[in-house]
Design a protein around this ligand. Structure first.
Ligand SMILES: [Mg+2]
Length: 232
């Protein structure tokens, strides 16, 4: 299904995690870096919280503070602080411990087609990163291809809320129908974007289940096919 209107596109917003790189390897590396840091600097916390314990604490903090689900860095900091507190170690260690996590979180392995696609798209349109997560395009080294980035924590709501898409359009100085949003998540990216009046491109690197009704948008297996579809 191709419902792209390339001649009408004046700017592109791009999801990051699982669109430009697989997110789970980066999260697992970051969790391992946090565990290593705690082993060295907060051994009681490391002994008390294994990987499952760390994840359970993060889930508990998210349940207690729903607003933090839009600021994953704040959520992670608070869950580290609570682990330190529970183990009787200094809560002030939370910041350097978080930094160990965050540094590793930014070490991502781009999908093979991601950088060539960014280069092609950026030649023709302004690109804005639009993420609910805490990846940092500057630290990842992708700033040269983006005009900027907008994250859920910046405005207090995440995709699929229309407000984050509207804010993106304002920042790009475009009408919603002049902006194409590209992402991997059917609910957050595709339905979110379409609901806010944007065009949408759904990147399905794994085939969607046959029970999933195809949304009224362009759908393709990777960013390379999107570049072709856009004639970029
Ligand atoms: Mg994603």
């Amino acid at each position: 299904m191709n419902q792209l209107h390339p001649t009408r596109i004046r700017a592109i917003t791009l999801d990051l995690d699982d669109t430009l790189w697989p997110v789970w390897p980066a999260i697992e590396r970051a969790e391992a870096a946090l565990q290593d840091w705690l082993c060295q600097h907060a051994p009681q916390t490391a002994a008390r919280f294994d990987l499952d314990g760390m994840r359970a604490m993060r889930a508990a903090v998210a349940a207690d503070h729903p607003a933090l689900t839009h600021d994953l860095s704040a959520l992670r900091r608070e869950s580290i602080r609570r682990m330190l507190d529970a183990a009787g170690e200094a809560p002030s260690l939370a910041e350097p411990a978080f930094n160990a996590f965050f540094d590793a979180r930014q070490r991502v392995d781009l999908y093979e087609d991601a950088l060539p696609a960014l280069q092609r798209l950026a030649r023709r349109w302004p690109l804005l990163a639009l993420s609910n997560g805490n990846a940092d395009i500057a630290r990842i080294g992708l700033s040269p291809w983006f005009q900027g980035s907008l994250a859920a924590r910046d405005i207090g709501v995440g995709k699929p809320d229309a407000r984050i898409f509207q804010t993106a359009c304002e920042r790009l100085d475009c009408r919603p129908d002049e902006v194409l949003h590209v992402g991997d998540d059917l609910a957050l990216d595709v339905h979110g974007a379409l609901g806010a009046g944007l065009q949408a491109a759904w990147i399905c690197r794994t085939a969607p289940s046959t029970s999933t009704a195809p949304p009224p948008c362009w759908q393709g297996a990777d960013l390379a096919s999107l570049v072709v579809a856009l004639g970029a």
